[in-house]
Ligand binder design. Structure first.
Ligand code: ZN
Length: 210
């Protein structure tokens, strides 16, 4: 694969995880700092990490949790790229979250701190966070809270196909229960009447927790 083809391929994949206007610049950073990005299933203990010498690969590896919303994903990714940049410049001679990393994180984040990429409420808190970034974004309660807000809005989690069988949801003000997937449709029952309905798996619903 040529460099251009790889760049285009990376762009398509990244679009699923980060704000669209950030994709081009992140692709550039992947080439500049030459690392592998692995999107992992959710880990409760962390949002992402950086390995300078991973076992299986001959270049540094960054891993990010796939369940993060696009803004949390991007912030975590830039945090980890700053580790990669710092490693390329200083090796292991400096502290992981020391002044060299902070400076690099600020420098890399600079191109993303605008309303083309972040919603204004995230941007406001993020700008403050970047003045003296902590070792993890979720250690900054204000940033964590504003990001969490977008988790609840994250479309994917409200699609019928992501609900478990037996879960209740609301659609057009009516309460249904998801029963089972049949071919390309999902069978549900209207709770009040017991009548069966078939929904598309990508129907956006309001999840009900009782
Ligand atoms: Zn870190």
């Amino acid at each position: 694969m040529t460099k251009e083809e790889l760049f285009e391929k990376n762009k398509i994949v990244l679009k699923k995880y980060i704000p669209e206007n950030a994709v081009e610049e992140v692709c550039r950073l992947i080439f500049e700092y030459d690392f592998k990005l692995i999107v992992k299933k959710e880990r409760k203990s962390k949002w992402g990490d950086f390995h300078a010498h991973p076992e299986k690969y001959n270049c540094p590896v960054i891993t990010i949790n796939k369940n993060l919303n696009p803004y949390a994903f991007l912030i975590t990714l830039i945090h980890e790229i700053a580790h990669c940049k710092t490693y390329r410049e200083f090796g292991n001679k400096v502290n992981a979250h020391g002044s060299e990393w902070k400076k690099n994180f600020q420098l890399l984040m600079h191109n993303f701190l605008n309303t083309e990429i972040f919603p204004i409420d995230v941007l406001f808190v993020l700008r403050k966070h970047m003045q003296n970034p902590s070792a993890s974004a979720n250690a900054d309660i204000k940033l964590y809270k504003v990001l969490l807000h977008y988790d609840e809005w994250s479309l994917e989690k409200n699609l019928l196909e992501y609900l478990n069988d037996g879960d209740k949801f609301q659609y057009d003000g009516i309460v249904y229960q998801k029963i089972i997937k049949r071919r390309k449709k999902i069978e549900c029952i209207q709770v009040s009447t017991g009548k069966k309905y078939l929904f598309s798996p990508v129907t956006e619903v309001e999840v009900l927790i009782d």
